[in-house]
Ligand binder design. Structure first.
Ligand code: MG
Length: 297
């Protein structure tokens, strides 16, 4: 199944985004009382998806982010494709590790960075100059677990979708060698367009990611190229630390990010950023100048 949250369909804008199921070129939209996808992930009662639904053509639907009520920060993986680890060598402001890590590198980003799959993403050239893109697969946890063995990891996954771990590199480097601040800027993490549940995915390792800027392919890789595969990420992250339904885990980005290129390619207002995973869908986000540096309350 492909499950989503829909803001509007065929000319009707809903008061609150609605739970929906995407069937090929048709989207079945459930009534408001069916709850949200965040609710369904935590309590996948079959009832929620068997009630009346209204169909709308896929091309007449505006999607919201499929998940918004995350339990805590978004859980993230760094350096999970070795070609990406190598491409940044000597370009990390003195923050390079000595050698390839033996275990996955984890960090988090703030959930307020989330925007929908076709929303603008924010940049502010007064706040930071080095705005960068990172296409990634997002794993949504469906079943609680601690110290989950890798061979049982998929049992704990609700589904997967596409995300972009957009990063203000200069802010990332400025704050003590941790990544939280530069990856938590408001309105910089598109996610969606829907969550594909595990029963609809034959071979997650065969999925292919791509990131395009203004139509130019800048990142392209297969999930099978990950340094640590998804079951290993789940096993290591959950080691002594409970994962809960609704937790979101980004799984790292492949080579081709902007700061490591020569010359660099950094996001500018007016750019169009496309992040896609064949089989999971596509995010299409205009890069928009937003005065994030201005005091606002
Ligand atoms: Mg990343």
């Amino acid at each position: 199944m492909k499950l989503a949250m829909v803001r509007s369909a065929a000319g009707t804008t809903f008061d609150r985004p609605r739970l929906a199921r995407v069937d090929d070129q048709t989207v079945q939209i459930y009534p408001d009382d069916a709850g949200t996808l965040d609710d369904y992930i935590r309590n996948p009662a079959p009832m929620a998806l068997t009630g009346p639904s209204q169909p709308a053509p896929l091309d007449q639907v505006t999607f919201d982010a499929p998940v918004r009520r995350v339990n805590r920060d978004i859980l993230c993986t760094g350096w999970n494709y070795w070609d990406h680890f190598e491409e940044g060598y000597g370009k990390r402001g003195g923050q390079d590790p000595q050698e390839r890590p033996a275990h996955p590198t984890f960090f988090t980003k703030g959930p307020h960075a989330i925007v929908g799959p076709t929303d603008p993403v924010a940049v502010d050239l007064e706040l930071a100059q080095a705005w960068d893109y990172e296409v990634e697969i997002a794993v949504i946890i469906g079943t609680q677990g601690r110290s989950i063995p890798a061979e049982r990891a998929w049992e704990h996954v609700f589904g997967m979708c596409v995300a972009n771990d957009m990063t203000a590199r200069d802010i990332q480097r400025q704050h003590g060698g941790q990544w939280f601040k530069g990856k938590s800027i408001d309105a910089t993490m598109p996610i969606g367009p829907w969550v594909t549940t595990m029963d609809a995915l034959d071979d997650p390792a065969a999925l292919e990611l791509r990131c395009l800027l203004n139509g130019q392919v800048l990142q392209q890789a297969r999930v099978g190229q990950m340094a640590f595969d998804i079951p290993t990420l789940i096993a290591e992250l959950s080691w002594g630390m409970t994962l809960y339904p609704g937790d979101v885990l980004l799984t790292g980005t492949p080579a081709g990010v902007g700061y490591a290129r020569e010359p660099q390619i950094l996001l500018q207002p007016g750019d169009v950023l496309v992040s896609e995973v064949v089989g999971l869908g596509r995010l299409h986000n205009a890069v928009q100048s937003v005065p994030l540096h201005e005091y606002r309350r």
